[in-house]
Design a protein around this ligand. Structure first.
Ligand code: ATP
Length: 501
């Protein structure tokens, strides 16, 4: 029997096996900043490669870019980040802890949704086989009461957020009787806006230096290079520009491990289309991105779309792909139809016309943009937390297994001599060197074979290749599969192909 493990175990496992370490740990760490260890960097690189291949290599009309993190400060004025990249923050006067006001309300709603799920579970237990979940949700008095309250909160929440009404936001927190999780009190300050961009200085003399911002998203580097790429690459609309790179946000409450970090990495693609076709393309990218996720073999019920009711002023459609993290469904990727807002604003602020001459229509226009944006680290957390399981075996023992999709696993294979003598290590080294040019392979000869299998299970290695005494005679090895623990005998001549397949 396999069971998912709780979140604290996910974090502990990531550290114990060299996937993710807290940054600057020997100096007591730096909040919401993390380092990727020897296995983490492999998994992260594999995620980036899986995205790049799907987006750039497999689309002839999408090309890559690697723009600088430092950019002209006016870019952030044009993009709206200087004036509006804010989160509403609130402090609890007793615990002195700071929160995002909107997140306090979202968490409150999530708790109410949990109550509904509990009612549904009770119903399922009571009615057994004959339980009709849809009917139960539509008719059960308690469920309906909770749902009505949730709907009312949603409406008020949307109103105050849309109106940027900070006093109204505080009032909502008071009316919902939300308490600080640390102090347990409702002694709140007023809500204030907080800009999330990190500022720094460029120039050798402090006085005449310019204030720069560390980019809070990679997208703007794409927009300001629109003409460079379009002209030098002779790109025809529709076409896309993809980029992977670091982004920085001074998040007010950074928690949930690598879910919300202050320094993180994004994989973004901006797709430039003819005005009027953007909603078709939005639909197209919504489906294509969902397929990309599901092609990893993680069950479809772990994903859902969350269409935005409240749209940013520049967007005419937006959705999130949410993933079932150990702490509930949360945003993993955003897909946005951004109209001509970005290119239009950069044209206005730079004085350079960012337009495209469409030879088929014989006219120039500012292309519309569909954006797909996903965090590498969030994707890491999604696949890692989903993969980590504890499995009770027939003999009652428990094994920890990290069932990562094979294409993402840090090591594809481990080569293990059964014993450390009789020429087996030498033969095993031969097998290791045979595979090394094609994949990441680990060699391990320490401890009993069972323990070595467990170690490989815990780091997600899909295949363990054991070299035993028979190998010296029949030139075959035993291949053990991580998830099923089944073993098969494979001739060394066919090993590479067998594993690649
Ligand atoms: P959230 O609502 O969770 O703050 P967002 O809507 O601000 O996210 P976007 O600006 O749409 O996020 O960013 C695109 C993607 O970048 C997100 O879907 C997420 O995967 C990733 N991302 C954003 N902020 C962070 C962060 N602080 N740490 C890690 N990944 C992040």
């Amino acid at each position: 029997m396999k069971k998912e493990v709780d979140f604290t175990k996910v974090v502990a496992h990531a550290k114990e096996y060299g996937f993710v370490f807290p940054s600057s740990e020997i100096y007591d760490g730096l909040a919401a900043v993390y380092d990727y260890g020897q296995l983490g960097v492999e998994l992260k690189n594999n995620i980036k490669q899986y995205w790049w291949r799907a987006m750039v290599q497999m689309h002839e009309n999408i090309v890559g870019l690697d723009s600088a993190i430092f950019m002209h400060p006016r870019i952030w004025k044009a993009s709206g980040h200087v004036d509006a990249f804010n989160d509403p923050l609130i402090d609890n006067k007793d615990s002195k802890k700071r929160y995002r006001a909107d997140v306090l309300i979202e968490d409150h709603i999530a708790k109410m949704e949990e109550k509904i799920e509990k009612e549904v579970e009770k119903g399922r237990k009571r009615w057994g086989e004959s339980f009709d979940e849809a009917q139960f949700r539509a008719t059960n008095a308690r469920v309906l009461e909770h749902q009505q309250k949730i709907d009312e909160i949603h409406t008020r929440f949307a109103e105050v957020m849309n109106a940027n009404d900070l006093a109204g936001l505080k009032q909502l927190i008071l009316d919902l009787e939300i308490v600080c999780p640390i102090s347990g009190t409702r002694n709140w300050t007023d809500v204030r806006q907080f800009n999330l961009m990190f500022a720094t200085k460029m120039g050798s003399v402090i006085d005449d230096s310019d204030t720069l911002y560390l980019r809070p998203e990679t997208a703007q580097g794409i927009f300001v290079n629109f003409l460079n790429v379009q002209k030098s690459g002779r790109m025809k609309v529709p076409f896309g520009i993809a980029q992977i790179g670091k982004a920085f946000r001074n998040e007010i409450v950074a928690r949930q491990f690598i879910f919300r970090m202050r320094e993180f990495e994004q994989m973004e693609m901006q797709f430039f289309v003819r005005p009027g076709t953007e909603l078709e393309w939005f639909k197209h990218w919504k489906e294509e991105r969902m397929q990309w996720h599901q092609a990893l073999g993680i069950p479809a019920e772990c994903y859902r779309f969350h269409d935005h009711e409240k749209l940013a002023h520049y967007a005419n459609a937006a959705t999130d792909i949410e993933f079932r993290f150990p702490f509930g469904f949360k945003e993993l990727e955003g897909i946005h139809s951004r109209t001509d807002f970005d290119l239009g604003r950069h044209s206005e602020f730079s004085g350079k016309k960012l337009q495209y001459f469409d030879p088929e229509l014989n006219e120039s226009y500012t292309p519309y943009v569909i954006e797909t944006s996903i965090g590498v680290d969030r994707m890491f957390l999604a696949v890692f937390s989903h993969a980590l399981k504890e499995e009770t075996l027939e003999d009652g023992s428990v094994r920890t297994v990290l069932s990562l999709p094979t294409r993402l696993a840090p090591y594809k294979a481990a080569v293990l001599p059964l014993v450390k003598k009789d020429g087996l290590p030498e033969k095993a080294r031969e097998v290791q060197h045979l595979l090394m040019p094609d994949m990441m392979v680990q060699y391990d000869e320490k401890d009993a074979i069972g323990r070595r299998y467990r170690r490989q299970d815990a780091i997600g290695t899909p295949f363990c290749i054991t070299v035993d005494n028979d190998t010296l005679n029949d030139n075959s090895v035993t291949v053990r599969h991580r998830d099923t623990m089944q073993q098969e005998r494979v001739s060394i001549d066919q090993l590479l192909n067998r594993i690649k397949n």
